[in-house]
Structure formats: structure tokens, C-alpha cells
Design a binder for this molecule. Structure first.
Ligand code: BTN
Length: 336
């Protein structure tokens, strides 16, 4: 069974589905073997591997196997059971472990993977963040996905696609958890001022045509604590909501919201997204921020979004700029 960088065997996915469907009964080993099309010996080996991933399976000598509990794993059959047939997620490629779902998705896109393909991993060994950073990807606690889109748009639309993804993620996270979720330009999700979700958009394009856009989304869902170097700036949904959160529910809601906002962008254009983003983020207007770019840091105040997706800012000397790249960090003002 693939535990490394190979995508999850469809037969393992089928095995999990079979156990879930028959969770109240003991399923005979030969029945499992014949339904999946492998030997009983192979079934035995896979059961052992699933147990090592936290799936509790009762083995009854001479009778078969029964599922006791299954952790919240994001294998395609379980996601599809909730999602149904859906344009985004029509094809789901699952890994128990990979380097980066964005790296995998970019390769798949170059090989012709269809619009709406979703790459999901339980764990990433080299999760990529924005601005050359890494993304902490603890096993089976977060959501690590990359969505391949093939929009009929020019490369100039990429910033709005990025905002669109942040907006969709905000709607999904707040509706599943009930938490108040803010969006920091361009698309970090914050809860109580700390980051719970980051989005890295990568693409392949010609001068006037996008071939493929990969939306890489990382959400801290059930982490019970953050690593020391992130604890002041990052948090998880579980830590903020004080309860465990279903990763499948967040993922399925996210895929639906991405589809809804993507259609809105195609039908109604950039402004439909930028206006909604402005309404959804406290960073859009009047926020005192530190603007961090490749050349340094400067204080400024935000003054809204341009329809291209750029963040409009005013520096303290009165000059204005449209920010296309970099990041902003809130500056807490001292109230006398
Ligand atoms: C950020 O720096 O805020 C963006 C983080 C994006 C992380 C996600 S996790 C899934 C996907 N695969 C990656 O390697 N990165 C993105």
C-alpha cells in the first residue's frame, strides 16, 4: 500500500469504502478479496497498513473484518460520498504522503489533467508557502489540496482568481465552524488575528492565455498546538473553536464554494469578486499596515481593491500605490 510518494491505490480506496458501507457487520475476507480483485493475503497486508494509519479494524478469526472507527481521512471514495458528482473534485488524486500537492498538480496539469482535478495529501514533506516559505503540513490534521483550473481567461486574471479562492475558503470555513474569519490580502484567512489558511496560486501560461492555474490551499484544521516558531502568528480551527472539526466537511464545502465563486467570476467578471472581497475583509479599507515587499517594509493605510485585484494603499507622505505582490501585516495602533 502506498505510504510514500505514490498516489493511493484505487483498490485501497475501494477497500475503505467497502468497510465503511458494511460497518455494522463482519465482512468475510474472501468477499473483500473478490470484490476488490486481489488475494486474501493482500487484503490482510492492507488491513495491517490501514491500522498503522489509525483505522481501527476488528479481525474475527475465521470470519472476517469489521470497521470499528475510521479517522477523518480524505480518500476519494469518502469525499465523493459527501460531495456527489461535482465539477471541482470530479477527479480526486489522493496521497498518504507527498512532497507538495502543488508540485504534483503542476506536473499533472502539464500532462493534460482536466479542469477541476483535485490533488489531496494527508501529509506533505515539502509543502510550499508564498514568498518562498514552507507550509507546515502535519499528518492528517490539516487540509492540503491543490485544484487544477483551466479558466478561459488571460494571465492578467490570475490575481482575481487568487482573491476568489480566498473568498471561497472564507465562506467554507466560517459556515462549517461558525467562527468569524477575516481575509488578509491577498488571501490569508485569519481567526482572532492568527492565520488558519494560506493559498499559493501557481500557473502555466502563454502571453495571452492561461493554460492552467493551480490553487494550492492549506488549512490548519485539527492541530492541537502549533510549532513554537508559528504559535504567535498561526492557529488551527480546532484551537479556536475548542472542538474537533470534520476535515471532510470543510473540504467538501470548500470545493462547492470554489465552484460557486469561480462561476460567479466567469459570469459576472472581476468586480463581482473584488466587491465581495472588500465586504468580507477588514483589510480592504482604512487598515494600518506594514507593506512587506522584496525591497523592504513601509507603513501605509489600505484604501480598497482595484478591479484587477491590486490592493490600493496610501503611504504616510500622501502618495498612493496599487500593490500587486508582496504582503501586508496589520499594525496594531496604540489607543491612548
Ligand atoms: C501561504 O504561504 O500562505 C500559502 C500556503 C499554501 C499551502 C498549500 S498546502 C497545499 C498546497 N501545496 C503546497 O505545497 N502548498 C499549498
Amino acid at each position: 500500500m502506498p505510504m510514500t510518494t505514490e498516489s493511493t491505490d484505487r483498490r485501497v480506496d475501494k477497500l475503505i469504502h467497502l468497510l465503511v458501507k458494511n460497518a455494522t457487520v463482519v465482512v468475510p475476507g474472501p468477499k473483500i478479496a473478490s470484490e476488490i480483485g486481489v488475494t486474501r493475503f493482500k487484503v490482510f497486508g492492507w488491513m495491517e497498513n490501514l491500522r498503522s494509519l489509525g483505522v481501527e479494524i476488528r479481525g474475527v478469526r475465521g470470519e472476517g473484518y469489521q470497521l470499528v472507527t475510521i479517522p477523518d481521512i480524505l480518500v476519494p471514495s469518502l469525499v465523493r460520498a459527501e460531495l456527489g458528482d461535482h465539477p471541482i473534485g470530479h477527479s480526486i488524486i489522493h496521497f498518504f504522503r507527498t512532497d507538495s500537492t502543488n508540485a504534483v498538480a503542476l506536473k499533472l496539469a502539464a500532462d493534460g489533467a482536466e479542469h477541476g482535478t483535485v490533488v489531496v495529501a494527508e501529509e506533505q514533506t515539502a509543502g510550499r508557502g508564498r514568498l518562498g516559505r514552507t507550509w507546515f503540513s502535519e499528518k492528517s490534521t490539516g487540509i492540503y489540496i491543490s485544484i487544477i483550473l483551466r479558466p478561459p481567461l488571460a494571465p492578467a486574471a490570475a490575481p482575481v482568481l487568487t482573491l476568489m479562492a480566498g473568498l471561497a475558503a472564507q465562506k467554507a470555513v466560517s459556515s462549517v465552524t461558525g467562527l468569524a474569519v477575516d481575509i488578509r490580502w491577498p488571501n490569508d484567512l485569519l481567526v482572532h488575528g492568527k492565520k488558519v489558511c494560506g493559498i499559493l496560486t501557481e500557473m502555466s501560461a502563454e502571453v495571452d492565455r492561461l493554460h492552467a492555474v493551480v490553487l494550492g490551499i492549506g488549512i490548519n484544521v485539527n492541530h492541537s498546538l502549533m510549532p513554537v516558531d508559528l504559535e504567535n502568528i498561526g492557529t488551527s480551527l480546532r484551537m479556536e473553536a475548542h472542538r474537533g472539526i470534520s476535515r471532510i466537511q470543510v473540504l467538501v464545502t470548500l470545493l462547492r464554494e470554489i465552484e460557486r465563486h469561480y462561476q460567479l467570476l466567469l459570469k459576472s467578471g472581476n468586480k463581482a469578486i473584488t466587491e465581495r472581497w472588500e465586504a468580507a475583509s477588514t483589510f480592504a479599507h482604512g487598515k494600518r499596515v506594514r507593506v512587506v515587499t522584496a525591497v523592504g517594509e513601509v507603513l501605509a493605510t489600505t484604501t480598497g481593491l482595484d478591479p484587477s485585484g491590486a490592493l490600493k494603499i496610501q503611504y504616510d507622505d500622501g502618495s498612493q500605490e496599487f500593490l500587486m505582490a508582496g504582503e501586508v501585516v496589520e499594525v496594531k495602533q496604540n489607543i491612548p
